[in-house]
Ligand binder design. Structure first.
Ligand SMILES: [Zn+2]
Length: 392
């Protein structure tokens, strides 16, 4: 059950500088989000990073997850695979194949932040990796623990007892965009990874937003939206070297996502984010073009789905008098034509069939025409006989 009103969640008081480059100049991209929540999303004029601004306070944002998240996203559920003879999911298999391009899986220690339904973590455990899941939702955490997955309830920041450099692979699928401050989260990820460790990330792509940008893609729980350029920059800024990136969204269940693997860099130098106004223009153009396309598609879909049957009923109502007139014409035509057709059959068709009555003549036509022809033959013979009797 949702606690509090929408205005409580959207009471935004924290005006932020760009979380990626620190820039203050920005362009408004949208003033509305999914679920009709009125929060503004902006694009940084300097580095093209897309973020919510202003933001609710961290305290309100944290409370949203505890009190309202289940109401807004009630369709989500933790449901790891159960049973021993289930084939590995193609989703998990694709991710493992990508990781193996970068480093071997054997003996790796894997930490997954926000395992969601637990699918990937479960298959990682089945492959023999040492795994741990970190999940802020106590309900999800309990469900995954019951399925036998090693879980910790909390966030990356709150679980300070996990020792640094204790994992080789850190996975975050559709999680980075949820953090209030993605830099703090990535700093903690860097700390938890052992030297040479990798971070595996999937996030939605702002350049290819699926469904409506304003009413679906932009979300209260996504204060950051990444493009390939800004995901690259934020990883470099937090001391990661990108070693693999896929921007096509090959998995249809996660449409148009960015999939990145980055290695923990040992230099310890935070990379500088250089201004690139061309990218800002690219993001705005892509989003506005997509918005127009979606509006046209939405209008067509609305017409087809909502108005189609109304249009059919309307057409039938118009066609009803035409239909009555057509029926009367058909009846009239049948009234004139039927006797003439019957006459023509009697005169031409039936005799021809009957003269061939010794030939194989099967089917229901013979039942109709053969007696008629025979009757005609009898009449003909009788007439001839009468002539003979009269002496001709
Ligand atoms: Zn920026």
């Amino acid at each position: 059950m949702k606690q509090g009103s929408d205005s409580e969640w959207t009471h935004a008081t924290v005006i932020r500088s760009c979380p990626l480059c620190g820039g203050l100049r920005r362009t408004t991209l949208s003033r509305r989000m999914q679920h009709h929540l009125d929060l503004t999303t902006v694009v940084c004029n300097s580095c093209s990073f897309v973020y919510t601004n202003p933001m609710p306070t961290p305290e309100v944002y944290g409370r949203f997850y505890l009190e309202a998240y289940a109401h807004f996203y009630r369709q989500l559920a933790a449901a790891p695979p159960r049973g021993d003879n289930i084939p590995e999911s193609s989703y998990a298999k694709t991710i493992f194949e990508n990781i193996e391009k970068v480093r071997p899986l054997d003996g790796a220690r894997l930490l997954e932040v926000g395992p969601g339904n637990g699918n990937f973590l479960w298959w990682a455990m089945k492959r023999g990796l040492t795994v741990l899941g970190v999940e802020p939702s106590t309900e999800f955490c309990a469900t995954l623990s019951e399925a036998g997955l090693p879980m910790r309830s909390g966030t990356l920041e709150s679980l300070q007892d996990i020792p640094p450099a204790s994992y080789d692979i850190l996975a975050m699928f559709h999680v980075l965009e949820h953090f209030y401050d993605p830099n703090t989260a990535l700093e903690r990820c860097w700390e938890l990874l052992a030297p040479g460790g990798i971070i595996v990330i999937a996030v939605p792509n702002i350049l290819k937003p699926y469904r409506s940008l304003d009413r679906y893609f932009l979300r209260y729980v996504h204060p950051s939206s990444f493009s390939p350029a800004t995901l690259n920059m934020i990883l470099e800024r937090n001391k990661f070297d990108v070693v693999l990136c896929e921007t096509g969204g090959s998995d249809w269940r996660v449409p148009q996502s960015l999939f990145y693997i980055a290695r923990r860099a040992e230099s310890g130098v935070i990379a500088q984010v250089l201004p690139n106004p061309a990218d800002t223009k690219r993001v705005l153009l892509a989003c506005n073009r997509y918005r127009r396309e979606w509006m046209l598609y939405g209008a067509a879909r609305y017409f087809l789905r909502e108005r189609f049957w109304a249009a059919v009923r309307f057409s039938l109502r118009i066609l009803r008098p035409v239909k009555r007139r057509l029926i009367s014409w058909v009846k009239f035509a049948r009234g004139i034509a039927a006797p003439r057709v019957r006459q023509a059959i009697d005169l031409h068709l039936a005799p021809n069939i009957c003269t061939k009555r010794n030939a194989p003549n099967s089917g229901y036509l013979s039942i109709i025409f053969q007696p008629l022809g025979e009757m005609r033959q009898v009449l003909k013979v009788g007439f001839s006989g009468a002539v003979c009797q009269n002496g001709h």
